[in-house]
Ligand binder design. Structure first.
Ligand SMILES: [Zn+2]
Ligand SMILES: [Zn+2]
Length: 178
């Protein structure tokens, strides 16, 4: 997602808000890590572009809507994540020679007329992704015996002592009696 900066670049102190809701496709074809397929349209950007001596500082909040599965009962659930970002897009023409060139970071593009927010947005979401989501803190999950969703039905099975799956196969063994 490219944004023109011609009105503020090289004018330290100049600032411009970017408040838009954009489709996921706007951020290009690169993968979204484990958010692939879960991320919904639109992604909401509430940013400020601040012109600084070295380039453009991008600050603000991103709002992502994700459809994930509950880690216990596997029901789909909608999660909205708000992620704070603050990234400097450097003007490559002003890069100091001894700076670490192995980590170029974000740069102004096309003779310092534009920035591309796609990588920043993608990285911000991937870092923020919840490792494990639950539909509710007290989600009862699935019955290990019959697979019923125990939030919805009481199948009558007692979950206290599920058979350890490592030993379950042994109950089917026909051991010789001698
Ligand atoms: Zn659940
Ligand atoms: Zn059951």
């Amino acid at each position: 997602m490219r944004v023109s900066i011609t009105d503020i670049v090289d004018q330290p102190g100049a600032t411009r808000p970017v408040q838009v809701a954009v489709g996921v496709a706007e951020f290009g074809p690169e993968p979204w890590g484990s958010a692939e397929g879960a991320i919904q349209d639109p992604v909401e950007l509430d940013l400020h572009l601040d012109s600084v001596v070295d380039g453009i500082l991008v600050r603000g909040t991103l709002a992502f809507t994700l459809v994930l599965s509950c880690a216990r009962c596997l029901e789909p659930l909608t999660v909205v994540r708000h992620v704070t970002v603050a990234e400097l897009f450097l003007d490559p023409a002003k890069r100091v020679e001894e700076e670490d060139e192995e980590e170029p970071g974000y740069e102004l593009l096309d003779d310092a007329t534009a920035i591309d927010l796609s990588t920043m947005v993608r990285d911000a979401l991937i870092i923020d992704l919840p490792v494990r989501t639950l539909c509710a803190e007290d989600c009862q999950g699935l019955c290990p015996t019959c697979g019923a969703n125990r939030n919805r039905t009481d199948c009558g099975h007692t979950p206290e002592r599920p058979i350890d799956p490592r030993w379950a196969a042994l109950t089917d063994l026909d051991l010789p009696n001698d």
